[in-house]
Design a protein around this ligand. Structure first.
Ligand SMILES: *Cc1c(COP(=O)(O)O)cnc(C)c1O
Length: 356
């Protein structure tokens, strides 16, 4: 028998979340972001549930080719563009849309021998100082690219550093306006947070990622509670051992938790080698047979200990939800000092995944 840990991926929730995005941005087309193996959910597993999307956005050539081989015919956007001039041959062969964020890429596009012109996204650095041209460079870059026989449709693209903040788009939108001045250009600007909370930034194509998987871009589950977004991934395991503690007993590596009175605890088959955050402190929420309780002490590689005082019926074999419907991944992430994005992406390959 295998360990009882399993991650389920809910196809209906994916479809539903895409519909929520459509409602939030009814006039925009949608790039569903499936980078990082669909935020840990498995691109191969999830793409068909998102097939109502207008395009898929990702960054690995391998992931793009996989989608084409699986039969996806609509657009695919390479969010970070190409990494080497030779990649343009694959972009050509698989009909991919690529972002362009650096001068060397313009050079490569000038020199490449392609079978047909490719669609490109010109990336503006709107203040995050990650990828992109500075706003004052964009006009010249745009004209240069427009003149290339290898370039077909062009779209202006930017990414927000702080879209969960109500004021977070004010400065970036000024940069984008400056960059777009005098250009007739479609735009793609909005990540999940801007898709939900900044309709003024929707324009032609939105690029939601995290909300498709049912977690909050702000890290706060309450911020999306009214949207109807549903968690897609549920991580469950079982209690495989029970200990009866007495006052003063320590628990786990470093005895980071001590019982202050008699206490029953459960040992769960889930640890940091499964992708559960090792930094989750005592008190991180878990649910046992639907009853909310908490972790105790350090998370081990393969196991963790939890408080069974709120659930006296629970014992060996009881179902434990680490995150999902009952325990929001955002709440686990917050307790561990991270965000749902990181937990999803960190789901370990050794955890079996069931698609439901
Ligand atoms: C990851 C990413 C997104 C999606 O971000 P979410 O916060 O998950 O919605 C959109 N655009 C770019 C360029 C990205 O890298």
């Amino acid at each position: 028998m295998s360990r009882p840990i399993v991650a389920t991926v809910n196809q209906q929730a994916l479809r539903h979340n895409l519909a929520v995005v459509r409602q939030a941005a009814p006039s925009s087309r949608v790039w569903s972001v499936v980078k990082a193996n669909a935020y840990g959910h498995g691109i191969r597993r999830v793409w068909q549930s998102l097939a109502e999307t207008d395009g898929f956005a990702l960054l690995n050539m391998e992931e793009a080719i996989l989608l084409r081989e699986q039969g996806w015919k609509k657009p695919i956007l390479l969010l970070e563009g190409f990494f080497h001039p030779e990649d343009l041959q694959l972009i050509d062969r698989y009909r991919l849309t690529t972002s362009v964020h650096s001068n060397w890429q313009i050079q490569a596009l000038t020199q490449a021998q392609l079978s047909a012109p490719v669609d490109i996204y010109v990336k503006v650095n709107s203040g995050m100082n990650r990828l992109g041209f500075r706003p004052e460079q964009v006009n010249a870059v745009w004209q240069a690219l427009r003149a290339l026989p290898n370039v077909a449709e062009m779209t202006l693209m930017a990414h927000f550093a702080d879209a969960e903040n109500p004021q977070g788009l004010i400065e970036p939108m000024k940069c984008i306006e400056q960059a777009a001045e005098g250009l007739q250009c479609p735009r793609s600007l909005s990540n999940s947070a801007a898709t939900l909370w900044h309709p003024e930034a929707h324009f032609d194509w939105v690029r939601p990622g995290i909300v498709l998987y049912g977690a909050s871009p702000s890290g706060n589950w309450q911020d999306i509670a009214s949207t109807g977004l549903q968690p897609v991934m549920t991580l469950t395991s079982e209690i495989i051992g029970v200990q009866q503690l007495q006052a003063g007993d320590g628990v786990g590596y470093g005895y980071r938790y001590h019982a202050s009175a008699a206490q029953r605890i459960g040992v769960v088959a889930c640890g940091y080698a499964d992708g559960y955050p090792r930094h989750a402190p005592t008190g991180t929420p878990v649910s046992v047979d639907g009853v909310r309780t908490r972790t105790l002490g350090a998370i081990s590689m393969d196991m963790m200990m939890i408080d069974l005082e709120p659930c006296p019926q629970a014992g060996i074999g009881s179902k434990v939800e680490l995150w999902g419907e009952q325990v929001k991944i955002d709440d686990v992430a917050k307790a561990a000092g991270t965000v749902g994005y990181e937990l999803m992406c960190a789901l370990a390959p050794r955890v079996p995944v069931e698609i439901i």
